[in-house]
Design a protein around this ligand. Structure first.
Ligand code: NAD
Length: 257
């Protein structure tokens, strides 16, 4: 799959799945805008992509800050000459019961996922409309489709992204812009390894879930297995797909959606 000549922005591209997406697009010829809240991770990712022969522009930005992400997208549009593909990937998670979620943690969870995705997309869409084409990938989660006990603010924020995806698919279709969501199941990244207060507790939770047969394929995904779906949704091959939710989850969730 070639992305030669494409200009791609990936949020949360400093590590984990976003980093995997950014590297994969760059390796296939795209110029990649690397956005992350952590400037050291941005520098590291941009450096790595450059060393491996790719082209990357980095911006440190908190996607939950509407003014900052709007400015970041405008800056990348100017430096890259446009944005053909936007992958909204930045995210956070923390296992908390409802009593443990205060207003600040609720606002942060919805701010990063929902507000961040909304305003990054809002900033990228005018250029896509003007060119008459574009691909937007939203990062949902199985959590937003089945719900996770003790993680309701995350589950709710991810569910909201499904509504945005479907509404945008209809709203932008007349302009040649496709909008789809990837809804990963459990994937081996820092997010999973830091879900609970300690790494040991987080890894024990992973093992317990696997021992209980939670994932029919018997393991967590590697980031590259989620990247494969993102690349497809962003590709010309997905020319008749919009408003869909594709869930690479190892069989953890097999239901009609
Ligand atoms: N790991 C999983 O099991 C899993 C499953 C389903 C969905 N997801 C989703 O996939 C996406 C990527 O998660 P991951 O597992 O790679 O996590 P990760 O924690 O490894 O990476 C997330 C990246 O997003 C960045 N980020 C966080 N908040 C940000 C903000 N406000 N602004 C800009 N950047 C920010 C982080 O610095 C980090 O580089 C997230 O949206 C997550 O909710 C993860």
């Amino acid at each position: 799959m070639s992305f030669s000549g494409k200009r791609v922005v990936v949020t949360g591209a400093g590590r984990g799945m976003g980093r995997s997406h950014a590297e994969a697009f760059a390796a296939r010829g795209a110029t990649v805008g690397v956005v992350d809240i952590d400037s050291a991770l941005v520098d590291e990712a941009v450096g790595f992509i450059g060393q491996t022969g790719g082209a990357a522009h980095g911006v440190a930005c908190d996607v939950a800050d509407a003014a900052a992400i709007t400015e970041t997208i405008a800056g990348l549009e100017a430096s890259m000459g446009g944005i053909d593909i936007l992958v909204n990937n930045a995210g956070i998670d923390e296992m908390r019961t409802i009593e443990e979620v205060d207003e600040a943690s609720f606002d942060r969870m919805f701010g990063v996922h929902v507000k961040g995705t909304f305003f990054a997309t809002r900033a990228a869409v005018p250029g896509m409309k003007a060119r008459g084409s574009g691909k937007i990938v939203v990062t949902a989660s199985t959590a937003g489709m089945t719900g996770i006990a003790g993680d309701s603010h995350y589950s709710g924020a991810k569910a909201a992204l499904l509504g945005l995806t479907k509404a945008w698919a209809k709203e932008f279709a007349p302009f040649g812009i496709h909008v789809n969501a990837v809804a990963p199941g459990a994937t081996m990244t820092e997010m999973v390894m830091t879900k609970l207060p300690t790494r040991e507790q987080s890894m024990a939770r992973v093992q317990e879930r696997l021992d209980a047969g939670a994932v029919p394929l018997g393991r967590y995904a590697e980031p590259s297995e989620i990247t494969a779906v993102v690349l497809f949704l962003a590709s010309e091959e997905a020319s008749f797909i919009t408003g869909q939710v594709i869930s690479p989850n190892g069989g953890e969730m097999i239901v009609g959606i």
